[in-house]
Unconditional design. Structure first.
Length: 472
RNA sequence: GGUCCCAUCGUCUAGAGGCCUAGGACGGAGCCCUCUCAAGGCUUAAACACGGGUUCGAAUCCCGUUGGGACCGCCA
């Protein structure tokens, strides 16, 4: 039988970390079994669902490359189907019309809680006769007994039916509710494995009752543990960015997030780094843990750094350009940019950092960090700078090796260690004390710019006050 | 409050009764390398929540306690 999984978000916000992991596990499970992964938008709550949210979720899925095989299906377009099912229950006597108003129910619930009683619907409309013209909701009749949930992750979980109230399946405005829709959809879409957050575990007995009442075969259930924030409460904005797309904006690589999410709750021995192919091959629900996990941004950052370090410079250059654009620098992914990326890729944890570090390559004018200038742009280096300027200028081939030869010669002549020369030059060329290797920086900057910046530094040394911290 | 779930280093986890003096990874500390910063290499601190059983033997099985989480909507 073909394995069919689904991700079924409700479009009431962006795709968040938790949802993305649920989607990922569904995706991996389906791919592993060469089955189908279906996307379904649960927009039965017309008031809260928005098109922007739907689009945001689609964008997030696409960015993470969680490609779906069918859908997106929209529940809002299937209302007739749900309605039919609800009325069928009515005919079969498995559901009844409830004439209680939302206000009445709300009031009774409040009183029950006040008295310390469980806020459960008392079933008072179960045996009422039809009242013509009065609005009604349709409630499913929960029969006595025990409902057993067989969960791949949690094992067998038994629920007493008398703990469960008669649930509304069709609202008084004629729209269907969540539990009805999921069951009808999962059944008619022939979903074989329902993989979702364990916040749905308590809904599962209700849904099983609906399946059984319809005579639909049960899917397999797998309830994933929640993702928590650092204080072990449910992950929310308080814990930092929870939107998947926020990570794109912060300069994360999609596969870093995928890899991180995969290992949050699932493991494969001691392996930490996985390609998507490896994930697909190795993923199984048996290796999903039972306990909830804390979202750890540091580890995600480490993975991002890892993939930046390992990434192809041509691809990274393309990904970097929008971040340079955002800083006001026009850059195309040409040879110069890939050279820049090569030097920066193991010095950056995110694309934002990379763009920041690349800034001195693009700036018209260097500005010196005050401490760096004070420490390194001093009288005693002036002579070295002048020497460097003339020798660089007469260099026929402006290559890494040729530049290094010049430095070595000066080191020998002046009996200086490379560090004594490189740091001042670094400040002169980049404005700061941190950059890729100095020969590489000079080569990429080019003869003209390098010399111009060295000359500027010489002027600065001669007259720091006048040429000092001018702002652009 | 009721129901349900969960419990190994700070965090993610390995662990399917003897392989555990509990392994890996992130993060931390230290050292090495070094033109800066990184990267890399090496070393190191750090956990089986507690109490009872079962067993020759328990991180692993059972019970309880404690702690955490989720759900109790005409939300999904």
């Amino acid at each position: 039988m073909e394995i069919r999984t689904r991700f079924a978000p409700s479009p009431t916000g962006y795709l968040h970390i938790g949802g993305a992991r649920t989607a990922l596990f569904n995706y991996l499970f389906a791919r592993h079994h060469k089955g189908k992964f279906i996307l379904r938008i649960e927009d039965t709550d017309v008031a809260r669902s928005t098109e922007e949210s739907t689009q945001a979720i689609l964008d997030g899925m696409q960015w993470l490359a969680l490609n779906w095989d069918e859908g997106p299906y929209f529940q809002s377009k299937r209302f007739e189907l749900y309605k039919e099912h609800a009325y069928k229950f009515l005919e079969m006597g498995k559901a009844y019309k409830c004439y209680c108003t939302a206000e009445e129910l709300e009031q009774r619930r409040g009183e029950a809680i006040k008295q310390g009683k469980p806020p459960k619907y008392d079933g008072r409309c179960r045996n009422k006769k039809d009242e013509q013209g009065k609005p009604f909701a349709i409630r499913f009749k929960v029969l006595p007994g025990t409902t057993l949930v067989k969960d791949i992750i949690k094992g067998k979980v038994a629920f007493e039916n008398d703990e469960i109230e008669d649930l509304i399946i069709l609202r008084s405005d004629g729209t269907p509710t969540y539990n009805l829709c999921v069951v009808v959809d999962d059944a008619t879409m022939e979903i074989t494995h329902v993989i979702r957050g364990d916040d749905h575990l308590n809904n599962t007995p209700k849904q099983i009752m609906l399946y059984e009442a319809f005579g639909y075969p049960l899917p397999q259930f797998a309830h994933l543990p929640m993702i928590l924030g650092s204080d072990k409460t449910r992950l929310s904005k308080r814990h930092g960015a929870t939107s998947v797309m926020a990570y794109k904006e912060m300069g994360y690589l999609p596969h870093a997030l995928v890899n991180y999410l995969a290992r949050l709750g699932w493991s494969c021995g001691d392996q930490e780094i996985f390609t998507i192919e490896e994930l697909t091959e190795k993923f199984s629900l048996e290796n999903v843990g039972k306990s909830s996990g804390v979202f750890n941004p540091e580890k995600l950052l480490w993975l991002n750094q890892h993939y930046l370090k390992e990434g192809k410079i041509e691809e990274l250059a393309i990904l970097l350009t929008p971040f340079l654009e955002a800083k006001g620098y026009h850059a195309s992914a040409d040879k110069r940019l890939t050279d820049i990326v090569k030097g920066l890729q193991e010095r950056s944890k995110t694309l934002i950092e990379m763009a920041d570090s690349a800034e001195f390559y693009f700036k018209e004018d260097v500005q010196y960090e005050e401490n760096a200038a004070n420490k390194f742009l001093t009288k005693d280096i002036q002579e070295i700078f002048e020497l460097l300027i003339s020798r660089l200028d007469s260099l026929p081939e402006f290559t890494h090796n040729a530049i290094e030869t010049i430095f070595t010669a000066i080191m020998n002549e002046k009996d200086l260690k490379l560090g004594k020369i490189a740091q001042p030059v670094r400040v002169a060329l980049t404005g700061g004390t941190v950059s890729p290797g100095i020969f590489e920086v000079i080569e990429i900057l080019g003869k003209e710019t390098s010399i111009a910046r060295l000359k500027k530094a010489v002027e600065f040394i001669a007259n720091p006050a006048a040429k000092g911290q001018k702002t652009e």
